[in-house]
Design a protein around this ligand. Sequence first.
Ligand SMILES: Nc1ncnc2c1ncn2[C@@H]1O[C@H](COP(=O)(O)OP(=O)(O)OP(=O)(O)O)[C@@H](O)[C@H]1O
Length: 651
Amino acid sequence: MRALARLLPFARPALPRLITGLFLGLGAAVASLIIPLVLEWAVDGPIASGDRARIFWATLGVLLLGVLEALLVFLRRRMVLAPSAAIEYAVRQSFFERLQRLPVAFHDRWQSGQLLSRMMQDISSIRRWLAFGLILLVVNLLTIVIGMALLFRWHWALGVAFIVCSLPIWIVGYRFEQRYGVLSRRSQDQTGDLATAVEESVHGIRVLKAFGRGGHALSQFTRSAETLRETEMRKAREVGGLWFWYELVPILAMGACFITGVWLAAHDLLSTGELVAFFAMAAALRWPMGSLGFLVSFLIDTRTATDRVFEVFDAEQTVREPQHPQTIEHGSGALEFRGVRFRYPDARPDETDLIDGLDLALRPGETLAIVGATGSGKTTLTTLPTRLFDVTGGAIVLDGVDVRALALGDLRRRIGVAFEEPILFSASVRENVLLGREDLDPNGPDADRVLRDSLAVAQAGFVFDLPQGVDTEVGEEGFSLSGGQRQRLALARVVAAAPDVLVLDDPLSALDVDTEALVEAALRRVLVGTTALVVAHRPSTVALADRVAVLRDGRIDAIGTHSELLRASAHYRHLIAGIERDALADAGDGDAADGIAAETTAGGSAAETTAGGSAAETTAGGSAAETTAGGSAAETTAVGPAAEKSEEVRP
Ligand SMILES: Nc1ncnc2c1ncn2[C@@H]1O[C@H](COP(=O)(O)OP(=O)(O)OP(=O)(O)O)[C@@H](O)[C@H]1O
């Protein structure tokens, strides 16, 4: 009842119709229970006295009561179908809204299949219960109570015999509830696991196919499905056992009452009419008693479903809206990390904080690149300003206001993020790119202008060649597009959002060198006046920046222009050499990459040399010299501080 009571807020608007349905169900039950009384009157009265007219009326009465019962059952169904569907809709809406509000930490922890099965299967199960199970349970229990009262009315011995013989039902029911509750939970959780397995294998179908691991995925799926099947079989056996008792016990109770009734009639303590009525009552109570087994298992399944759904509603909302949000009057895009600490919720207690007292100030309009070793926390850092995760210490301040004091919607309008892994939705290019511009009419001229400008910056003109241009649906998660195309659309999306601060997590990683250079040039125009925090894994991304900050051991180890850092920071030189080596390797120039590695190891000067504008010099003498000097690898490799970058090293 506690679990079901939680549905009350959702059920409230539908309560009048549900209660009406309940009364209609009760009306139908009462109609069926009156029939034995009419029979009692007919047998002891008109039939005994041979009064044909009254026998006719009695027969007609029984007929009309039967028709009334059928009509009321029909109306009950009509009455509850719409409200139960409305409750399902409301719970589902609210569940989805909750999923949207819950922090990323929650989604990291929960498997998508578990959420999917709760959203679809459990909520549907709640609807079926409200439309059907709940009303039947209440109506059938009341029918049994009224029927028992009538048995007592005919003779107390009948009532006592009925109650005593029915006692095993309660004992069996209680023990069933204990065992079945556990199984019901297990089976619904396993359904969620199975949904996760399907979701993951469909999502990762390319990888599975590429590695020829379809058979492996199938055997894993089969194992999960087999586990679920075993649980379902145990459930079915439990339900079968319960039904057996719920069928048998009423028959035994009726049998005991029958013997008692015949004995009472034989001793003139019960009239013939009462005995006939008793048999009619036994027939009327047969279904309500027999249905209890099914309804109890249905009730337990629904309780489990409700618990599972409310576990999501009850999940801690760690990223909360401020009670009294502050506003930024004139946003300039000054972003500051003040003694920021962060650790993931599942970090081991003995682990140090991933971000460990980080101080960093981005000046309005500045582009700052973050570089750091793999796993140093660069991506993590990009999730903090928009509060995808909340800092666990210190503060992030935007234009003088702690980001936690800003309304989340306001904050996320002011800071736009493009992730390395570009996620597109099953929607048109237009809808995907204008996702952050709910202020614009998607088909209006302003939206068109923003769309075209942002597509131009991201060098995403390819969309105009798609079958329906910008109105082409890009398939699920944009799979019909290449990685680089998706990345460009994701970039266009964040550019279209026109935030005060752009946070870009290695936004150009999937682009070819030529496209990257074009995007970079366009981005540089956009970034004028927009503060940008850019995670850089490639020299060309560093080239976008006015300053570069080196993330190491959770703090900013060094900060300055590219050339300042090359002079001052050995760690930076080491990182840059690694980055350049990777870039050359990406460009297919193994010799050059080796050359840089060797230089770095020798004296750490590779980066210095490169900064001077000539990767070719670094590797002079090797075959890379020719390749890089004339090829685009040289352009991307040779990075300089913002002032120098394009003029010096670009053709
Ligand atoms: N959602 C998460 N929950 C728990 N730990 C995480 C989570 N995301 C990342 N980590 C851990 O945090 C550390 C930093 O990860 P992060 O992705 O921020 O590094 P990075 O510097 O961006 O790495 P890379 O250069 O490889 O992209 C890693 O050890 C990673 O395992």
